[in-house]
Design a protein around this ligand. Structure first.
Ligand SMILES: Nc1ncnc2c1ncn2[C@@H]1O[C@H](COP(=O)(O)OP(=O)(O)OP(=O)(O)O)[C@@H](O)[C@H]1O
Length: 264
């Protein structure tokens, strides 16, 4: 694998959001005065009830939507639009059907503001990313020839090819069956550790958050007011976490109780 360049200097947070406010036109704010941080290499899960604003927050943090107040800093500098060292994955892989797997992954290097790479470096990056997600032998396959799990691996490779310092992931495994989902969770953990990326993972699934995350944030809103981060938990369960059912169950119960109390 090629060396991944350092993501930030010592002590620099990967992502720092301070005092964010966002409202859709003519509507009450989805969130107001919301702050959070993601440290280098940290996996942070964002849990919350449906409609509380998780996806909107992710869009605001990634530069896809502009908050009306507050500041987002990425690798120490203000972020006002999508950054080449931040990548996004969503519930649906959204591959280009007329491109094969290799070309879909290479497309990750063609987004706006990506640095121009020479052909050899591009090829190596794509090959590394495909190998990392276990699809080196499917480089010539088209999306219609892939399973849902394989398609999501291609989407992950398309994100990794950019050597991101931060991966924004909005319910990336929600559409997968339980076994594929567990495989993808393990893959995500292995890859971010190997590629030294941080992750901000939006999920509805408390168990997924407990298996994957270093830290869990619970987002909620009381009495239809703007959402905020109401509670946070460091996940101190030793990895790998499968088989540590008791510790996980205790944390699951604590988070579920907090989530239910928001909707009581
Ligand atoms: N484009 C939009 N225009 C207007 N309102 C929107 C738009 N997108 C989302 N909303 C509203 O903003 C609020 C937050 O939506 P958002 O999708 O961010 O929540 P969420 O927590 O990600 O939901 P879910 O978990 O169900 O996906 C909701 O009330 C939603 O109806």
């Amino acid at each position: 694998m090629n060396a991944v360049p350092p993501h930030s200097g010592p002590g620099v947070l990967t992502l720092q959001a301070q005092g964010l406010r966002f409202a859709y036109p003519g509507q009450a704010p989805v969130f107001s005065d919301l702050s959070l941080q993601v440290r280098p290499g940290e996996i942070v899960a964002l849990l919350g009830g449906s409609g509380c604003g998780k996806s909107t927050l992710l869009r605001g943090l990634s530069g896809l939507a502009a908050p009306q107040a507050g500041e987002v800093r990425f690798l120490g500098a203000p972020l006002t639009r999508p950054h080449p060292r931040a990548a996004l994955i969503f519930q649906h892989a959204s591959l280009l059907p007329w491109r094969d797997t290799r070309s879909n992954v290479a497309f990750g290097l063609d987004f706006k503001r990506q640095p121009r790479l020479d052909a050899g470096v591009r090829q190596r990056r794509v090959a590394d990313a495909l190998e990392a997600v276990g699809l080196a032998d499917r480089a010539r396959s088209y999306p219609a020839q892939l399973s849902g799990g394989q398609a999501q691996r291609v989407a992950l490779a398309r994100a990794l090819v950019r050597q991101p310092a931060l991966l924004f992931a909005d319910e990336p495994f929600a559409a997968l069956d339980a076994i594929t989902r567990a495989q993808m969770q393990r893959l995500l953990i292995a890859l971010v550790h190997r590629w030294q990326a941080a992750v901000l993972l939006v999920t509805h699934d408390i168990d997924e958050a407990i298996v994957v995350a270093d830290r869990i944030l619970l987002m909620g809103c009381e009495a239809d007011g703007p959402a905020r981060i109401v509670q946070e938990w460091p996940v101190a369960i030793e990895r790998p976490r499968e088989g540590r059912a008791r510790a996980a169950a205790e944390l699951h119960f604590e988070i579920l109780t907090a989530l239910q109390s928001l909707h009581a």
